[in-house]
Each structure stands twice: as C-alpha cells, then as structure tokens.
Design a protein around this ligand. Structure first.
Ligand code: PMP
Ligand code: GLU
Length: 396
C-alpha cells in the first residue's frame, strides 16, 4: 500500500499514543495510572448534556452550516466580548471538530511551502506536525525551566526572518502550565508591532485553568489589530473533550478561507455537539470555577510531592493541568542491565516499572523533561508520585 510522503513524514501524536498504550496495559489487567493524555477527568455539566438531549428531540439532525450554527457563533462572539474584551463578528468565527481542527485549518489556510512559523518550545505535540502538513518550516524557540518556560522579546526578535509568516503562542501552556503575564505579552507585542505582516495565533484552550495573574487576550493589543487568530473550544473549559467542538476567531478574509477548506473536507461540525456547546457558552458558568479550584488544589498537591523526589527539577505551573519536570539527572543511570539514555527511555521505564504513564518531553520539542497530567483524582496523584519516587530511587 502506498502511503503518501506527506503522511509518512508526520509523527504519530505522542500524547494519544501513550494514552493508547496505557489503555492496552490496563486491558491486560495491569494497574496503570494514566498521567499521559491531558483531559479533564470531570463529567460534562448536566445543563450541557440536557441541551444535547433536547437537540436530538428537536431534530437537529441535518447537515450544519460549514462554519457552524449562527446561534453558536453569536454565543462565541458574546463570550469573546464578555470574558476577553475583544469584538469579533459571527462572520469571523469558524466552528469545527475541536480546537485541533481549527488550528490545522488556519495553518493550512495561511502557510505556503517554505513559510516560517515561530513556535516557542516546549510546545504541544501537534503544532510542528501541522506546520509540516502545510509544508511550512517550524522555527522553534526554546525556553527552559530556568526561564519558567517563557521566551523573551529578544529571543522572539532573533527568530524573525523575512520568511516569518506566523507566531504561535499558547498561554496557559501545554505542556508546561506557564502563563505569560500582561507585561510579558506586551514585551512580545512590542517586537511584533515592528513586523505587521506576521499573523499571531493565540491558542487559548486553557484560558480558564489559570491560577495566577490576570490573562490578557493577544487580540486586545491595538498593535496587533486585524492579525490575531484566537483558537479555543469547549474541551478544557467545560470538560467536553469527546464532543469535539472548537473554533477560530480570525480576520474575516481568513475565516472565509478556513470555511472554504472545511467545506471541502469535513463540512460543519456535529449538530448535537454544537447545541451542547451553545448551552456551555450561554449557560451558568459556575462549573468553570469549580473545576479550576479542583485543578489548583491538585497542582499544589503534585508540586509538593514532586519536590520531595530527589533529582526531579520542578517549577510551579500557573495554569493548565500539567507538570513538566526536568529529568536530566536520571539520564545515563541504570536499573539492572537497563540504561536510561533519554527522557523517552525514562518515560518507558516509568510505564513498565512504576505503571505510571507520562509523556516524553521530546514529543514537545524538549528532550530531558517528561510531562505529567494531573487532571486526575488526589488518590491517583498521591499513588503515582509514590510509585515514581520508588522507581526513580532504583536508578543507579
Ligand atoms: N491546543 C492545545 C494546547 C491542546 O492541549 C489541545 C488539546 N489536546 C488542543 C489545542 C486541542 O483541543 P480540542 O481539539 O480538544 O479542542
Ligand atoms: N490536550 C491533550 C494532550 O496534550 C489531548 C491529546 C492531544 O490531542 O494531544 O494530551
């Protein structure tokens, strides 16, 4: 069977692959604690589920408009105005099968072969692969734990070339949980103000899981007028990962291009899920704060337990639900005849020895780290950290 060069050159999604692996071990009866995939462990709030049931009874069973129901796009425009203080018309919003699809659509709709996309790293696994699909070039800008995983304006400026077409910012970040303060964003914006042709893509999917500083939307900076694309969705804020609804809010011409692309290969997103998402945006918002409070409690728990483990270097993430410890102290160590030559080996060792699934930092362009998702119960957090500590202590 011929598989195209385009697909052969793509990496498998490491987050999804590790989660699959841990599910397989579980099916074999192994008691694995899964800290690999990042998704809220809460159930979708009841009023959202009710709206979906109502949509079925009301016969929302036909093809949906390609960019999404107008009522949902109006609800998203109202959310952007209410929560983020930015104004987008419904015509500037395209709804699709998760934030993932809209990210990829925007990249495919803007990037020509050879165009450069600046990606601060550590970065979520799919960005680089999506740029590859568009035959663009990812220019990664590394920020280590010593700079709290945030790039500086000078680093951004040094990465810009005449071929730079886009910068991708994710705050709160997957996989580090780092959050840019409004002042730090202003520093990056001051650089971007000098380059009016660069599109700024702001991946806001973790905006509600933010424990510290006030968030400021990149779309609210006048210097970036008409060139910010907001990516967001209901997966993380409303515990709706399986419903697959996300959106982009973009300059009108780009929203139109994204709609054209979507019209040729997926059509509009699920009618029932869109009605559920509408209820999420228009309904009571207490559920969002309740989940954030639970994630904050777990953040404090996982950070305090991880800090007790000799050799792990841990910062304090200010958002999302990930911990991204540096593990280079363990590289080169041995357990019996097994050598840990990389963070990937360590993630595999933790899976096999401690039965805890994590993700290799290399998948996020940051070898030497591993990612732990703490979107799980307090008991699972305590038990997994105990297992990790025991397994790491065996490495000589
Ligand atoms: N961006 C980031 C940073 C993410 O972590 C995720 C979730 N994997 C997504 C986008 C995509 O989210 P979804 O497609 O579920 O809306
Ligand atoms: N946000 C999740 C993660 O990073 C979902 C899996 C994915 O789409 O990568 O683990």
């Amino acid at each position: 069977m011929q598989i195209s060069n385009r697909i052969q050159s793509l990496a498998v999604s490491a987050t999804l692959a590790m989660s699959q692996k841990s599910a397989e071990l579980r099916a074999q009866g192994v008691d694995v604690i899964n800290l690999s995939v990042g998704e809220p462990d809460f159930h979708t709030p009841a009023h959202i589920k009710e709206a979906a049931k109502q949509a079925i009874d009301d016969n929302f069973s036909f093809y949906t408009p390609v960019p999404g129901y107008l009522s949902l796009r109006k609800a998203i425009a109202a959310k952007l105005s209410r929560e983020n203080g930015v104004e987008f018309a419904p015509e500037q919003i395209v709804v699709g099968n998760g934030a993932k699809q809209e990210l990829c659509n925007v990249i495919l709709a803007t990037i020509n072969p050879g165009d450069e996309v600046i990606i601060p790293t550590p970065a979520w696994v799919s960005y680089v692969e999506m740029v590859k699909l568009a035959e663009g070039v990812s220019v990664t800008v590394p920020a280590s734990i010593d700079q709290n995983f945030k790039i500086t304006p000078a680093q951004l400026e040094a990465a810009i070339t005449p071929r730079t077409r886009m910068v991708l910012i994710c705050s709160p970040s997957n996989p580090t949980g780092s959050v840019y303060t409004p002042d730090e964003l202003q520093g990056l914006v001051d650089v971007l103000a000098k380059y009016p042709d660069i599109i700024v893509m702001s991946d806001d999917v973790y905006e509600h899981i933010n424990f510290g500083a006030e968030l400021r939307s990149l779309a609210s900076f006048p210097e970036l007028k008409d060139r910010v694309v907001i990516i967001n969705g209901v997966s993380k804020a409303y515990a709706m990962t399986g419903w697959r609804i996300g959106y982009c809010a973009a300059p009108a011409a780009l929203a139109k291009a994204v709609t054209k692309l979507q019209g040729q290969y997926t059509s509009g997103a699920s009618s029932i899920a869109q009605k559920a998402a509408e209820a999420a945006y228009d309904g009571p918002q207490e559920c969002v704060g309740e989940m954030r409070a639970a994630f904050l409690r777990r953040r404090d728990l996982v950070v305090s337990l991880a800090r007790e483990i000799p050799g792990l270097k841990v910062n304090e993430p200010e958002g999302a639900f990930y911990l991204f410890p540096e593990v280079s102290a363990f590289i080169g160590r041995h357990a019996g005849d097994r050598t840990i030559a990389s963070s990937g080996d360590l993630a595999l060792y933790l899976l096999e020895e401690a039965h805890v699934a994590t993700v290799d930092g290399a998948a996020f362009c940051a070898p030497g780290y591993i990612r732990l998702s703490y979107a799980t119960s307090d008991d699972n957090i305590r038990e997994s950290m105990r297992r990790i500590a025991t397994a790491l202590a065996k490495l000589q």
